[in-house]
Ligand binder design. Structure first.
Ligand code: COA
Length: 260
């Protein structure tokens, strides 16, 4: 499918989605959020796609936030709907996506941009990246999961400081904060993301889906993550991937996972 605000490229089982509004620093307007939802939904059922890399167009920004021009005159009711719709369509959808999603943060990741990167399963950044949740400087709070996911990743005190000051941290500080896993030079960012994707794809994608679900369970209110793990662990024993993985090991050969 072709889109107005995002680009898609599938190569070697990796779908790279590039948010493509460089003149607006890839700010997330409603249309872009819908297009991202559609692209992820399609990727869910496309068996060719095993890993998704999410990045921004141009050299300056991953995503500089939700599009401020769209919500400047919203009422409280409209604001609430904006956050709820966005969380359901994109941010929670990405966080719970059954295939690995890597955010390749190639510049500014602010507000909704950082929230999108945090919804991805993990993040890598280029050395020019700058991250922050500046919403309180606009008189609002993060509404796409930022008040929940930032403390999960960096700890409560650091999240409080980042959100209260509305300040930005650079890539190295983000690395120190565990907000990103790796920092590369900008020209090497996507190649590095692809290397990680290739490492992931050597393993059982069925088991990886189960691992994503179990890890996420730790962060869901009212869910016992240990119980989810037991269920998913048990379920693994019924998969073709499990039979292939264990028999390959016992026969001292490389596993060739059917992905079922
Ligand atoms: N929403 C809407 N438009 C945005 C935007 C956003 N979140 N972020 C950037 N843009 C637009 C700018 O309005 C500008 O558009 P214009 O050329 O039509 O005037 C264009 O993108 C380029 O941005 P500009 O501010 O000129 O670039 P800069 O290099 O001077 O500053 C930033 C970069 C990221 C520091 C600055 O754009 C910024 O502070 N953006 C908003 C960040 C934010 O508060 N995000 C949270 C939103 S909830």
């Amino acid at each position: 499918m072709s889109y107005k605000n995002i680009l898609e490229e599938i190569e070697d089982n990796i779908l790279t989605i590039t948010i493509d509004r460089p003149k607006k620093l890839n700010a997330l307007n409603r249309e872009t959020i819908q297009e991202l939802h559609n692209a992820f939904k399609e990727a869910r059922s496309n068996e060719e796609i095993k890993v998704i890399i999410l990045t921004g167009s141009g050299e300056k920004a991953f995503v500089a936030g939700a599009d401020i021009s769209e919500f400047a005159d919203f009422s409280p009711k409209e604001g609430k709907r904006l956050a709820a719709d966005g969380q359901e369509k994109l941010f929670n959808y990405v966080a719970n996506f059954p295939k690995p999603v890597i955010a390749a943060v190639n510049g500014f990741a602010l507000g909704g941009g950082l929230e999108l990167a945090m919804a991805a399963h993990f993040r890598i950044a280029s050395d020019n990246a700058k991250m922050g949740l500046p919403e309180v400087s606009l008189g609002v709070i993060p509404g796409y999961g930022g008040t929940q996911r930032l403390p999960q990743l960096v700890g409560k005190g650091r999240a409080m400081e980042m959100i209260m000051t509305a300040g930005m941290i650079d890539a190295n500080q983000a690395l120190q904060y565990n907000l990103v896993n790796h920092v590369t030079e900008q020209e090497e960012l996507l190649e590095f993301a692809e290397e990680l994707a290739n490492k992931i794809m050597k393993n059982s994608m069925v088991a990886i889906s189960a691992a994503i679900k179990s890890i996420n369970a730790n962060f869901e209110a009212g869910v016992n993550g240990f119980e989810t793990e037991i269920q998913e662990f048990g379920r693994s024993f019924g998969t073709e991937d499990f039979k292939e993985g264990t028999s390959a090991f016992l026969n001292k050969r490389k596993a060739d996972f059917p992905g079922k």
